[in-house]
Design a protein around this ligand. Structure first.
Ligand SMILES: Cc1ncc(C[n+]2csc(CCOP(=O)(O)OP(=O)(O)O)c2C)c(N)n1
Ligand SMILES: [Mg+2]
Length: 677
């Protein structure tokens, strides 16, 4: 220890070091958001210096507290904290804030700087991610902790601003967190009365919620009126929040409402909208330095301040203590310990491949005609007992999405027993952002259901899962006009195509029980992104295939014809239709091949030889899918044809609607004939 040689840094200096790094990095980048880091600096000091349990040397330590900056425009606050506490984020990275190839992009991006737990920036979602992390912690603790062994026992802390509070998703996620009593979730509200339009006026013209009352109504433990610039007051609130977290089944999540001043310390720009998202300017930066008494040049941190921030030694000790606990736990509960480690590492259970193979063989042999949503449930009946990390749920459509299997147990408020199926309520966006948090926490693979048409409600959370490349599975049922009578509001038209446009999202629209099982196993094997399963409400006839292994390639020759002169590409419930058209054409002397294409992205990743062998360049092509036509042009070209729907649907029995929109064998056959001109 060299603390005798260096004077002890005060909390004010620690807070000012965060202010200086934020304003200097934004100045260097000529863009960014200095206001939030300068306004939340003391809150960060209280939390990171006195409470946060973390080890900068090991960002994968399962026992660490989770910390999320939901108001992600304040990214420089997080980068400064990670740098100062000893993460592998050197000062040069802060100097390259917002530059190409740096680890310090404009908003915190998962997988860039070590210690960034989730990607934030789309306001409100970080908060929902934190709810997911706290929920994962609670369920994992219920599954693995044993008397005297609190192996899973950490807090989830989240910073949020007015923007997060205004977003609807904070209502969805906050309400569920309160209902489920996620006591170890501690949120800090940066109540500064400023959001972007405050440039032109005051936040009170568009935002007058009584936030403490709102969260109290959700069953939160609310600590109102905390001076966010008083480290002692914030510290006291955190201690109170942590005590709440220890109340077991009675615990509630805590909201600490901190009154703060945006860009605190800047003589002219503090408490102005101007400080939200633009550099302060050289003059104001110099004036701030003088006002807060920070005499050091940009990006220079005095040794005493550095020393005080350094969390490496304490972090190492904290992890060591936890490792000792794990070791004792392993001695007493070897199977549980091994399972905990497997799940924390995100590895599939031993024997997964054999289970998957046996399942596909069984389904091939049974050759059942079922709705693919039912096929999905049957798949879960086999996979769930083999994979206890599968944490299911539905946004109030459990009986329609068929997300529960026999081993499913409802996650109940206030009940210590571990559940594995979450009734998310009618909260699609909340559900999907919470699933992201669950996946990021580790120990679980979340899946959740709603109608495909309502994937729009959740859309940005799907995009964030893809952006972060995390393993999340969406069970989107009622995948086309085939849902029938509920009509155009419920009939997805553009959804399959638009989900396919999200990079790193795998979309599967399986045509029968075998394709559904393969889609599920592909989703679970994936380690680099989310998967959307688009499943039918109505029964789909089983399609016989020569080799079920082909399905894994995303697109394959389902039924060939000697001397085929054209190819019909179909997905999901339109596959049997393609086969019927093939028969009609054969009878009229036109042999055609039928390709089933359950996943275009998976097919696109196959080597060129394979793709060309399935879709020979020289053969004309016709695609059939009950959705918008445009997407299929990339396979059929301008000279091919698409049997699709370029308008909204109709309310009527499924058979009538399909017929009305031309999904008949005769019409598909006619489309094939048409490409010969
Ligand atoms: C979903 C979403 N909508 C809009 C924005 C653009 N935006 C970034 S910050 C902000 C306002 C933030 O206000 P507040 O959270 O109070 O932040 P403060 O200015 O106090 O730091 C907006 C509208 C965004 N990032 N995400
Ligand atoms: Mg604000």
């Amino acid at each position: 220890m060299d603390s005798s040689a260096t004077p002890r840094a005060s909390d004010a200096e620690l807070a000012n070091s965060l202010r200086a790094l934020a304003m200097d990095a934004v100045e260097a980048a000529k863009s960014g958001h200095p206001g939030m880091p300068m306004g939340m600096a003391e809150i960060a000091v209280a939390l990171w210096r006195r409470h946060l349990r973390h080890n900068p040397a090991n960002t994968a330590w399962p026992g660490r507290d989770r910390f999320v900056v939901s108001n992600g425009h304040g990214s420089m606050l997080l980068y400064a904290l990670l740098h100062l506490t000893g993460y592998d984020l050197p000062m040069e990275e802060l100097q390259r804030f917002r530059q190409l190839g740096s680890k310090t992009p404009g908003h915190p991006e998962y997988g860039y700087a070590p210690g960034v737990e989730t990607t934030t920036g789309p306001l409100g979602q970080g908060f929902a991610n934190a709810v997911g992390m706290a929920l994962a912690e609670k369920l994992l603790a219920a599954q693995f902790n044993r008397p005297g062994f609190d192996l899973v026992d950490h807090y989830t802390y989240v910073f949020m601003g007015d923007g997060c509070m205004m977003e609807g998703i904070s209502h969805e996620a906050g309400a569920l967190a309160g209902t489920l009593g996620l006591g170890k979730l501690i949120a800090f509200y940066d109540d500064n009365g400023i959001s972007i339009d405050s440039d032109k006026g005051q936040i009170r013209f568009w935002y007058t919620d009584d936030v403490p009352k709102r969260f109290a109504a959700y069953n939160w433990h609310v600590i109102p009126n905390v001076d966010g610039h008083d480290v002692e007051a914030v510290d006291k609130a955190i201690r109170k929040a942590k005590r709440e977290g220890k109340k077991g089944s009675k615990a509630r999540p805590t909201l600490i409402c901190c009154k703060t001043v945006i860009a605190k310390g800047a003589p002219k720009k503090a408490n102005t909208g101007a400080a939200h998202g633009a550099p302060l300017g050289a003059q104001e930066v110099a004036a701030t330095r003088a006002a807060i008494g920070w005499a050091h040049p940009p990006f220079e941190i005095p040794p005493a301040v550095r020393h005080a921030w350094d969390a490496r030694e304490a972090g190492k000790k904290a992890e060591k203590r936890w490792n000792a606990l794990l070791k004792k736990y392993a001695a007493q509960y070897p199977a549980e310990a091994a399972e905990f480690q497997r799940r924390s590492a995100g590895l599939l259970p031993e024997g997964f491949d054999e289970t998957a193979k046996a399942l596909v063989e069984d389904l091939t042999q049974k050759a059942e005609t079922l709705a693919t949503r039912k096929a999905s449930q049957n798949t879960l009946e086999v996979l769930k007992p083999a994979m206890p990390e599968l944490l299911g749920g539905s946004a109030d459509l459990t009986g329609s999405n068929l997300t529960m299997a026999k081993v499913s147990r409802t996650v109940m408020p206030g009940v210590a027993e571990a559940g594995n199926h979450i009734f998310y309520g009618v909260r699609e966006f909340g559900m999907c952002a919470i699933m992201n948090g669950i996946a990021l926490h580790g120990g679980f693979v979340p899946y959740g259901g709603t109608f495909l048409v309502f994937s729009d409600y959740a859309r940005n959370a799907l995009r964030m899962a893809a952006l972060m490349k995390i393993r999340v599975v969406y069970v989107f049922t009622h995948d086309s006009i085939g849902l029938g009578e509920d009509g155009p509001t419920h009939q997805p038209i553009e959804h399959a195509a638009s989900l396919r446009l999200i990079p790193f999202m795998d979309v599967w629209r399986p045509c029968d029980t075998v394709e559904t099982a393969v889609a599920w196993t592909a989703a679970l094997r994936r380690k680099d992104g989310p998967t959307a399963l688009l499943l039918s409400r109505q029964n789909v006839v089983f399609s016989k295939r020569s080799n079920a292994k082909d399905v894994e390639r995303g697109g394959y020759v389902l039924s060939d014809a000697e001397g085929a002169r054209a190819v019909i590409i179909a997905t999901g419930s339109e596959v049997p239709l393609a086969l019927a058209a093939q028969k009609l054409l054969r009878d009229s002397g036109l042999p055609v091949r039928v390709v089933s294409m359950p996943s275009t992205s998976v097919f696109d990743r196959q080597e060129a030889n394979y793709r060309n062998s399935v879709l020979p360049r020289e053969l004309p092509k016709v695609a059939v899918e009950a959705g918008v036509r445009d997407y299929w042009r990339k396979y059929v070209g301008l000279e091919g044809a698409v049997v699709g729907i370029d308008r909204f649907g109709e309310s009527a029995p499924a058979g009538d609607v399909f017929k009305h929109f031309g999904f008949t064998a005769e019409n598909v056959a006619q489309a094939v004939r048409s490409v010969f001109g």
